[in-house]
Design a protein around this ligand. Structure first.
Ligand code: COI
Length: 360
C-alpha cells in the first residue's frame, strides 16, 4: 500500500527559476534549489498528498507540535555530478533506513523508502543544473520530518510533514580540508545512553549550541564530547564521528546508544579494514588520547560525517592545555580516506561496495 504512493509533479516555470549562486562561493546550506519534495501523514490516511513542487514556505498553526516539543528528525546526504552529467547519490538507502530508526525512537511514522527514493531521484533530475561540479562543491540533501498537528498535550502527534530540500554547498567547516582546532568539553555533555544521542533529532543539535558557541569564542572550530556519566570516554566531535590513530591502531568509539551511527564512519571502517589497517571500535578515554599526544604516539585525529566528509583535527584543547596533532597538518590516512571516498562518491573511481546509486 505504502510503496505505490502517487507522486504529483508541479514543475517550476522557467520564469520562476532562481539565479544560481557562484559555485566557488557557496558556503554551507544558504542556497536552495528550485524544487522540493513534500508529503503529508495523518493517523487516518497514512502518507498522502506527495508532490515534487516549487521550493516554498509552509503555513503552520502556531500550536503545531514541532514548535513546542521538538518532535522532528532529519538526515543529511549528498548528490554529485561527474563530467558527463551523470548524477550519483552515496548510500541513500542507508540514510532513509537510519531515518526510519530515528522515526521509531521519536514515535513518528515510518517512511515508504522506495517511494521516497523515487521522489528524490526525480527531484534531483529536475534540479540537475543545481548540482555543482566545482572542486569540493556538492549538492547537500536534507530529508526532514516534523510534527504538524496543532495540539499542546505531550504525546506523539497524529499529523506529520516529510520533505526533502537540497542546497548546493562548499565545505562544511570554513577550514575546508585544513585541520580544525577542537575544544574538549568537560562542562557540557551531548547525550546519555538510553536517551536520543544515537538518533538524528533536532534537539540534539539545539542542545549542542552553547558548548560550540563557547568553543568558537575561545578560537576553536568545534567541541569534542565526552560521555555524560564519567566525562572520561570520548564520544563524537561536533556534528561528526571521531577517529584517532595511536601507534598503528585506528580507533573509533563503539556505538553504544549515545553516538550517532554515521554512514561516513561506517564507510571509513569498511575501507580501512579492507586496506589491512589495525582497526578498533573500542572505548577510548580522553586521558589515553592526551597520554598518546604526550608520548608522541598520537599520529592523527579526524572527524567523519556527510557534511564534513573527512575533517582532520590539528589541535585539541583539554583543561586549558593545547595538544597539537601531527604538527597541525592533515595526516596521511585522513588524506587517503578523503581522496578515496570523494572519488567513489563522484564516480571517478570504481565502487566495489555498491555504495553509489546512479540517478537518471
Ligand atoms: C551531516 O553531516 O549531514 C549532518 O547532518 C551534520 C550537520 C550539518 C548538522
Amino acid at each position: 500500500m505504502l510503496e505505490d504512493l502517487e507522486i504529483i509533479l508541479k514543475k517550476v516555470g522557467d520564469d520562476q527559476k532562481k539565479e544560481k549562486p557562484d559555485q566557488n562561493k557557496l558556503g554551507f546550506g544558504v542556497h536552495f534549489t528550485d524544487h522540493m519534495f513534500l508529503m503529508k501523514w495523518s493517523y487516518e490516511d497514512g502518507w498522502h498528498d506527495a508532490e515534487i513542487c516549487p521550493y516554498k514556505n509552509f503555513s503552520l498553526d502556531p500550536a503545531s507540535m514541532i514548535f513546542h516539543y521538538g518532535q522532528a528528525i532529519f538526515e543529511g546526504m549528498k548528490a554529485y555530478k561527474d563530467k558527463n552529467g551523470q548524477i550519483y547519490l552515496f548510500r541513500p538507502e542507508d540514510n532513509f533506513e537510519r531515518m526510519n530508526q530515528s522515526a521509531a525512537r521519536m514515535c513518528m511514522p515510518r517512511l515508504p523508502v522506495e517511494s521516497v527514493m523515487k521522489a528524490l531521484k526525480a527531484m534531483l533530475y529536475l534540479d540537475r543544473d543545481w548540482i555543482p561540479t566545482a572542486e569540493g562543491a556538492t549538492l547537500y540533501i536534507r530529508p526532514t520530518m516534523i510534527a504538524v498537528e496543532p495540539m499542546l498535550g505531550v504525546r506523539p502527534a497524529k499529523e506529520y510533514y516529510f520533505y526533502i530540500i537540497a542546497s548546493p554547498v562548499g565545505a562544511y567547516y570554513p577550514e575546508g580540508f585544513n585541520p580544525t582546532k577542537i575544544y574538549v568539553s568537560d562542562k557540557y555533555v551531548r547525550a546519555v545512553r538510553g536517551g536520543v544521542g544515537n538518533v538524528k533529532t533536532c534537539g540534539n543539535y539545539a542542545a549542542s549550541l552553547a558548548a560550540s558557541e563557547e568553543a568558537k569564542k575561545a578560537g576553536y572550530t568545534q567541541v569534542l564530547w565526552l560521555d555524560a556519566v564519567e566525562r572520561k570516554y570520548v564520544e563524537e566531535v561536533g556534528t561528526s564521528n571521531i577517529f584517532f590513530v595511536i601507534g598503528d591502531e585506528l580507533i573509533t568509539p563503539p556505538l553504544e546508544g549515545s553516538i550517532l551511527g554515521g554512514i561516513t564512519r561506517n564507510s571509513v571502517l569498511r575501507l580501512t579494514q579492507d586496506w589491512g589497517c589495525n582497526v578498533s571500535e573500542r572505548k577510548i578515554t580522553i586521558d589515553e588520547v592526551i597520554e598518546a599526544s604526550k608520548s608522541g604516539s598520537l599520529k592523527e585525529v579526524f572527524a567523519t560525517g556527510t557534511a564534513a566528509v573527512i575533517s582532520p583535527v590539528g589541535e585539541l584543547c583539554y583543561k586549558d592545555e593545547k595538544y597539537p596533532i601531527n604538527g597541525g597538518k592533515a595526516g596521511e590516512l585522513a588524506q587517503r580516506l578523503f581522496d578515496e571516498i570523494q572519488a567513489i562518491q563522484n564516480g571517478s573511481k570504481e565502487d566495489p561496495y555498491k555504495w553509489v546509486v546512479r540517478v537518471g
